[in-house]
Write a protein that binds this ligand. Structure first.
Ligand code: ZN
Length: 265
């Protein structure tokens, strides 16, 4: 009888301990997740990953990709046409041609929406004795394609490179068709394309005033890893007067700025 009561006590204690442990575990589980079920953090992680995957899928679906080049095809006709970015990962649709207008009877053309801004800038500079001579404005897709193909073929025959290797080498000298801002008609090379342009009065004037007319210096040495293009003091890109000053003051390149602002370019 005595043995039996001792056993009863032991069993009761074990049962109580097990029950308490189960209770504590279920409480701490509830603390982790007030809605019950799996621990809270884990549930959030899973749903976030799913959301990200969904967003990525939607972005991929929304953005057309050129299967041949692997580049995103941008839409130069969108509302924020002035912020469209082309680079080694983004190209305009093949054969896209902006509506062009000649700049002050110079024989150089840009997108007609940009021309009034360039002309205004040109006149303002001229009043201060600075001549912002257009050197290279709009270049057609076909011309870019021809130049790029010719150079690629030269590299193939002269260096015995494969087409892919030759194209890569050519891209360091001439941008592939549709990836140049000149093809969009939104950029102007001013005066010349020499590195020494960075030491001229014209360049100084542009760095101080171009933003007032909606233009930014697009390619600088410190952003080369993002833009893929070396220092080009002569290359000025139109982004619009509502953005140029802010971009200039941000110290960011166009790609970084648009990403920071959450603007889908
Ligand atoms: Zn240029």
């Amino acid at each position: 009888m005595k043995k039996k009561s001792v056993l009863t006590v032991i069993f009761t204690v074990i049962a109580a301990v097990l029950f308490s442990a189960a209770l504590i575990m279920s409480l701490s589980e509830k603390e982790k997740n007030p809605f019950g079920g799996e621990p809270f953090t884990e549930e959030v992680t899973v749903s976030e990953t799913e959301a990200e995957a969904r967003t990525e899928q939607q972005v991929t679906e929304a953005k057309k990709i050129n299967k041949e080049t692997g580049r995103i095809i941008v839409n130069p006709e969108q509302d924020l046409w002035n912020l469209v970015v082309v680079n080694m990962g983004r190209e305009m649709p093949s054969g896209y041609k902006p509506v062009l207008k000649e700049i002050l009877s110079t024989g150089y053309y840009m997108d007609e929406r940009v021309v009034p801004f360039y002309e205004k800038m040109y006149k303002a500079a001229k009043e201060e004795g600075i001549i912002l001579t257009p050197y290279s404005g709009y270049r057609s897709y076909e011309r870019q394609e021809r130049n790029y193909k010719n150079l690629t073929e030269t590299y193939m025959s002269d260096y015995g490179l494969s087409r892919k290797e030759a194209e890569k080498k050519a891209a360091t000298v001439i941008l592939p068709p549709g990836t140049s801002e000149h093809n969009l008609g939104l950029a102007m090379d001013i005066c010349n394309t020499k590195d020494s342009f960075a030491f001229t009065e014209e360049y100084k004037w542009l760095t101080e005033n171009a933003h007032k007319y909606g233009f930014i210096l697009r390619y600088t040495e410190d952003k080369m890893d993002i833009t893929g293009i070396v220092d080009e003091p002569w290359h000025w890109r139109f982004v619009g007067t509502e953005y140029a000053e802010d971009i200039k003051n941000s110290g960011l390149c166009l790609e970084e700025y648009l990403e920071l602002k959450g603007i889908d370019f």
